[in-house]
Write a protein that binds this ligand. Sequence first.
Ligand SMILES: Cc1cc2nc3c(=O)[nH]c(=O)nc-3n(C[C@H](O)[C@H](O)[C@H](O)COP(=O)(O)O)c2cc1C
Ligand code: SF4
Length: 435
Amino acid sequence: MRAPLAASTATLPQAPGFPRLLSALPSPDSVVDLEAHLTHWGDLPLHSARSGLLDELDASGLRGHGGAWFPVGTKWRALARGSRRTVVVANGSEGEPASRKDELLLTHTPHLVLDGLSLAAATLNASRVVLYVPARQVDGLHRVVHDRRRSGIDRVEIEVIEAPDAYLSGQESAVVHALNDGPAIPTFIGLRSIRDHGVRGRPTLVQNVETLAHVAMISRYGGLWFRSLGTQDSPGTMLLTVTGRWSEPMVVEAPLGAAFRDLLTLTPQDADRYWGALLGGYGGGWVSIPDLLDCRLSEESARQLHSSLGAGVVVLLPRTHCPLAESARVVRYMQRQGAGQCGPCIHGLADLAAHLEGLAFNPASFRRHVPPILELCNLIDGRGACRHPDGVTRFVRSALVVFRDEVEKHLRHGPCAAIKAPALLPCPTHDGQDR
Ligand SMILES: Cc1cc2nc3c(=O)[nH]c(=O)nc-3n(C[C@H](O)[C@H](O)[C@H](O)COP(=O)(O)O)c2cc1C
Ligand code: SF4
């Protein structure tokens, strides 16, 4: 089940020119139609896209918001250098179950994303332009694209194509595979070859929808304006999906570099209310609350905690839930989401899931101690054709470190009563239900 969606910047100190992405939304449940969008943001400067946008993107320091944080200017320049017509894809598949920020953008302020897509198409001389989104968003976005076509905004036709509801369907090579009429699973080609040889063999850009929304603003206000919020290495703002802090998951916009303690209004006493926090999603990692209090919102800071900002997922895990049960369910979900092509995914993740389930639900039968789990992680690391298994091992390692006291308690005294609590972390099945 998907929780109701709310957008907010309310917990943050109001900086000048902030919020950005969410500034056109008068209320969390409003939808910014084309007229309201153009009134708020002004016309789309498509005419200057080919000449000046690449310089502005370089100046902005914008990085991708789909999880890999790769510099956008560098990626676009690599494609702009070639003479062949390109394919440009807005990746709105949002396979990460605890993330809702792409859905919020596409549902409530979709023209910002489509502006960015149109700019990418113009800058990179695209002959095919695709918006790749989950089935539940296809009809609504068809209408949005139609409105724009009637108004003559986009110079190219934008196709809206369904992304399968699965964790891996948004991985870059899986997107290309799906658009080549294959299953949406990763293929054994590297990033460079997608840029040179992607959809139907053509140079292809796959860009997250939030990244494209930032591009839409940079095209209007410039790279220096973009840098007026955030830090030198992590400029601008980002959307976060926060679960466990308020009664429902919320999407919040925050300036990069902000302190998590301010962003989530956390105090040192909150260390007693929460076991820890998951940063970056199921391919990210758990961090302790004291570490989170000191952490700033940037990929570099998250990496220092052996985690990642990923696509902006933050889950605070209340002490009413068992951290080992939550972790075990996620590892089983991730194992089921593996594409079944590589040994580490097929066997390694299945063994890891079984170990974690033993630790959480049946520690008496779990005769082996923690070291074999770490050895298994070492065996899996770096051996898949994509980074899916590496994300799972990072998640598992972080759970064993942050929840080491609970691991010890489970091994000594058996499972805690909290294993019966309903799952907090969503693990959807293919029919859209939570397991
Ligand atoms: C396992 C896996 C799943 C991914 N899922 C998504 C996704 O759902 N949406 C997305 O935009 N990027 C996803 N990515 C990242 C994409 O591969 C790619 O880096 C991204 O779409 C590029 O856009 P960006 O540079 O704007 O982030 C995933 C990556 C991995 C390794
Ligand atoms: S590592 Fe797993 S998800 Fe990645 S390509 Fe191999 S089987 Fe597929």
